[in-house]
Design a protein around this ligand. Structure first.
Ligand SMILES: NC(=O)c1ccc[n+]([C@@H]2O[C@H](COP(=O)([O-])OP(=O)(O)OC[C@H]3O[C@@H](n4cnc5c(N)ncnc54)[C@H](O)[C@@H]3O)[C@@H](O)[C@H]2O)c1
Length: 254
């Protein structure tokens, strides 16, 4: 049974691999047996993740990339192919947030969130899909958010719109690429303890209010997303595509 979840000999690209959820997923995917291409805007941070993978006996490549730049993304995937000579999947964890009340939101900030979270996700999926579609196999996992499916309030218009787009993109690509054996799914996590939400976690009242909305009653740890992600990447999920998997402590069940 466990062999169904085994990623031995596979090559997976992980964006946002420099810290937080992307780093945890890169380490977890490597522990499941795959070689990992660690993409991040922050090259030294991505290299630190790759070094952690190598120290644990795995194989990893570091590629400093801005996911908003189609040429940089294409070059990174070409480099991954020339190093490993195969490609099996993608996990997109590169993401940002800007929290500002809607009436005060700077349009440049709003566009930046959409560019990184939504356009960047598409560009990575496109570059990887160009290789997976002709190969006739592969799995892509977008890290979306509960914010794609439930309003957050508190100045999150750009973030929720970007993540709503990511969910729609997962479904659209899943249908377009299903005939080619390429699966596309998204994960919808609740609040996860990473640098992204550090400003929120510094505010005990706000943190308590967030936790009150999570039936499980706590903030998630990044490592708790490894199991759902490895499942979606693996042969245990050959029939699962176009699915939005909530890893949210029951948030969306209410
Ligand atoms: N932390 C949470 O509560 C939470 C909840 C749900 C979903 N998410 C999503 O999970 C993903 C990872 O979030 P996190 O909490 O680990 O964030 P994080 O800020 O800790 O890490 C994000 C990583 O993405 C990289 N990055 C940012 N812009 C980039 C760009 N243009 N090109 C390449 N890399 C870039 C950063 O350098 C960083 O290493 C994001 O998409 C986020 O929206 C986070």
């Amino acid at each position: 049974m466990s062999s169904q979840f085994d990623l031995t000999d596979r090559v997976i690209v992980v964006t946002g691999a420099g810290q937080g959820i992307g780093r945890a997923l890169a380490l977890g995917i490597a522990a499941a047996g795959a070689a990992v291409a660690c993409l991040d805007l922050n090259g030294p941070a991505a290299e630190e993740t790759a070094a952690m993978i190598r120290r644990a006996g795995g194989s990893a490549l570091t590629l400093p990339v801005d996911v908003r730049d189609a040429d940089q993304v294409e070059r990174a995937i070409t480099e991954t192919m020339s190093r490993y000579h195969r490609l099996d999947g993608l996990v997109t964890a590169a993401g940002i947030t800007v929290r500002t009340p809607a009436v005060e939101f700077d349009p440049a900030d709003w566009r930046r969130v959409i560019e990184v979270n939504l356009v960047g996700t598409f560009l990575c999926a496109q570059a990887v899909g160009k290789r997976l579609v002709p190969a006739g196999r592969g799995s892509i996992v977008f890290i979306a958010s509960i914010a794609a499916l439930a309003a957050m309030g508190r100045g999150n218009t750009a973030y929720t719109a970007s993540k709503g787009g990511v969910v729609a993109l997962a479904r659209e690509l899943a249908v377009e690429w299903a005939p080619y054996g390429v699966r596309v799914n998204a994960l919808a996590p609740c609040h996860v303890r990473t640098p992204l939400i550090e400003p929120i976690l510094q505010d005990p009242d706000l943190t308590a209010r967030l936790i009150a909305n999570i039936p499980r009653g706590r903030i998630a740890e990044p490592e708790e997303l490894i199991g759902p992600t490895v499942f979606l990447l693996s042969d245990a999920a050959t029939l699962v595509t176009g699915h939005i998997l909530a890893a949210d402590g029951g948030f969306l069940a209410r």
